[in-house]
Design a protein around this ligand. Structure first.
Ligand code: NDP
Length: 330
């Protein structure tokens, strides 16, 4: 038996509770993993609270990522004792996820733990941090360099934003961090941000073409914020768009795209091909200073995950939330 968060649904709606599950109830898969750490991402918050239809099958163990140690494997790449990481692939949405003592998944979904990181550090980074690195890689693939000009990070005090700010700063970019929480100014400058901008500057409808300010941007907000970011990119600038914290809509015009050659680069971490995942984790090992991780990470017990989900969606959580499940695994 092992502890797990379980989401279920009946005629009265969706419920989430902490419970105990039997190993025999684990879903199909060729690798069984003892989970060391999981995390609470924005999407987990949506799944646990039921605020968006993230969960596609009930009952469901949430948790879109985990790190742990292989217990049993029928996959040629993994043996018992191997340290592994999982991000996405519908885990926590259509396949039982990481907020549990054990998980059974397809071996092809796993990546080996980068030797630079501990199992705990890999989850301090988690899906949010791995997505931040995919965003940085998207900017680079579109030719954005530190010499191109300043770059903008929205939702900077959140999980994706914190790691994007830290990585871009370490790579030598001049990072302008957008936040709705002015009180996090020291936190953001500590991660390397050179300018702190108020979210309110980006939240109201603006001109189709604003002053050219940013060579690149990482946007977690979507909605009006993303529209204003597109309008203020420099000629041939790129925004890596990965989130919807401000909304699903995009009330923009085509002006930045057709008059300034701006690129809107979409970033998805869930079905991202394996080569890009491996590259993102290698790059995190190289370009993220692991000493910042303690400062951006809050650790909570599995029993506190459900109330924390509400706080996360309310924008009251800074950086990353990690959930130790079995710290003895290393
Ligand atoms: P967090 O909750 O940690 O951070 C979100 C941040 O967005 C908040 O901390 C806040 O930052 C900012 N924010 C909140 N509300 C608004 C608003 N109305 N307008 C502008 N900014 C706002 O979430 P994550 O960092 O984990 O995820 C961020 C987004 O990226 C989410 O939408 C998530 O679903 C998405 N995502 C997408 C992935 C993909 O594969 N495409 C993978 C991972 C995440 P501040 O207080 O600094 O303003």
């Amino acid at each position: 038996m092992f502890d797990a968060i379980l989401i279920d649904k009946d005629e009265n709606g969706q419920t989430a509770k902490l419970t105990q599950l039997d190993e025999n109830s684990l879903p199909e898969g060729d690798v069984t993993v003892r989970v060391a750490y999981s995390t609470l991402n924005y999407k987990d918050g949506l799944a646990i609270t039921g605020k968006s239809p993230v969960v596609r099958k009930f009952p469901m163990v949430p948790g879109i990522d985990f790190s742990g140690v292989v217990e049993q494997s029928d996959h040629p790449d993994y043996r018992p004792g191997d340290k592994v990481v999982l991000n996405g692939w519908g885990v926590g949405e259509t396949h039982w996820g990481g907020l549990a003592g054990m998980a059974r998944v397809k071996g092809e979904w796993l990546v080996p733990l980068e030797p630079a990181f501990t199992l705990a550090q890999a989850m301090s980074i988690g899906t949010a941090g791995y997505t931040a690195m995919l965003c940085v890689m998207a900017l680079e693939r579109h030719g954005v360099t530190p010499e191109s000009g300043p770059v903008l990070v929205t939702g900077a005090a959140g999980g994706v934003g914190s790691v994007a700010t830290a990585v871009l700063s370490k790579l030598g970019y001049h990072v302008a961090a957008v936040t709705g929480r002015r009180e996090e100014t020291d936190y953001l400058t500590g991660l390397g941000a050179k300018e702190i901008l108020d979210r309110a500057e980006f939240s109201e409808p603006g001109k189709p073409l604003a002053k050219e300010r940013w060579a690149g941007a990482v946007d977690v907000a979507g909605g009006q914020v993303l529209a204003n970011v597109c309008a203020s990119l420099m000629y041939r600038g790129t925004v890596a768009a990965c989130g919807l914290a401000a909304g699903m809509g995009l009330p923009a015009t085509v002006a930045p795209f057709i008059l300034r050659g701006v690129t809107l680069a979409g970033v998805d971490s869930v079905m991202c091909p394996r080569e890009d995942r491996l590259e993102a984790w290698h790059r995190l090992a190289r370009d993220l200073d692991p000493s910042i991780l303690d400062g951006i990470t809050e650790s909570i017990a599995l029993a506190d995950v459900i109330p924390m989900a509400e706080k996360l969606l309310a924008g009251q959580v800074r950086g990353r939330v990690i959930v130790p499940i079995d710290e003895t695994l290393g």
